[in-house]
Write a protein that binds this ligand. Structure first.
Ligand code: OAD
Length: 253
């Protein structure tokens, strides 16, 4: 069957037209149609190989950094050649249409930034940025370098072991980004909170949606599968990010 354009419910369209501020929250599902595998669910990286989770912990980084970097290299190899899809571009378009905007993403693939999103809280950091565990020097690896990685890279300055500037399992979230989340999403929730392509397993992803709902903001979820948030949001739209988010963006403002 040819893909018919999804139609949004009329009351949702009406509400979207009044929106002047928006917060978007994304997870791996927003990049699925760019060919980047998700972590969980069908074809998910953790389903395929559960030991990846252990490799991506702070504990493994300290005891066996080569193993952590092999897993990071693996993530990069799975995302190799990926470019933003219609959902990433539509989220950047929402930012241009409203007076106040914030994007909270768990993704480390950089595709939102490549699509033109500007006010991004990349709460899990980036796998292309590095920090030396000995001297603290910060650096950047090219996508090609990252895709070729099979062992921990070394600091050009002091020879120490580098770590990815990403949050690994069991590690704290960066304080400054948590403060931005508090300010931009929780203190005065945007008129629209749109959550796309995340299994919403972490409390800091669920909370902004609960807070927005309690404050009677417009809350919308896009996901082909229901999540813990689906019964909570005002509108659960069952379907893919690339099909539905452009429709939402079109109606805003
Ligand atoms: P998950 O892999 O847990 O969940 C992906 C979600 O995307 C699921 O709910 C899918 O149903 C949905 N999905 C799949 N295809 C989709 C599509 N085409 N359009 C929309 N949604 C789609 O990914 P996250 O929720 O991002 O952490 O996982 C959270 C964190 O767990 C990740 O950031 C990562 C991982 O460990 C770190 O790397 C620190």
């Amino acid at each position: 069957m040819a893909d018919a354009k999804p139609t949004l419910p009329a009351p949702l369209v009406e509400a979207l037209r009044r929106v002047r501020s928006a917060g978007v929250i994304t997870g791996a599902g927003v990049s699925a149609e760019s060919g980047v595998p998700t972590y969980r669910g069908k074809g998910g990286l953790y389903e395929e190989d559960e030991s990846r989770i252990e490799a991506l912990t702070g504990t493994t980084l300290r005891s066996d950094p080569d193993r952590t970097w092999r897993a990071v290299g693996d993530l990069a190899r799975h995302a190799a050649g990926a470019v933003p899809n219609a959902a990433h571009f539509a989220i950047a378009e929402i930012e241009r249409k409203v007076a106040r905007f914030v994007l909270l993403t768990q993704n480390v693939d950089g595709l939102h930034q490549a699509a033109g999103s500007r006010n991004v809280i990349d709460i899990h950091g980036s796998i292309t940025r590095t920090r030396c565990m000995a001297c603290g020097a910060e650096g950047e690896l090219s996508r090609e370098e990252l895709e070729a990685i099979h062992a921990a890279p070394r600091c050009a300055g002091c020879g120490g072991t580098l770590r990815p500037a990403a949050v690994l399992f069991g590690e704290m979230l960066p304080v400054e980004k948590v403060a931005r989340m508090q300010r931009e999403l929780l203190d005065d929730p945007p008129e629209l909170v749109l959550v796309v392509g995340t299994s919403a397993l972490f409390p800091y992803i669920v909370e902004p949606v609960l807070v927005a709902r309690r404050a009677r903001r417009l809350t919308v979820e896009v996901n082909p599968e229901p999540t813990v948030l689906s019964p909570v949001v005002g509108w659960f739209l069952e379907g893919s990010a690339a099909a539905l988010v452009p429709e939402i963006a079109r109606e805003i403002g």
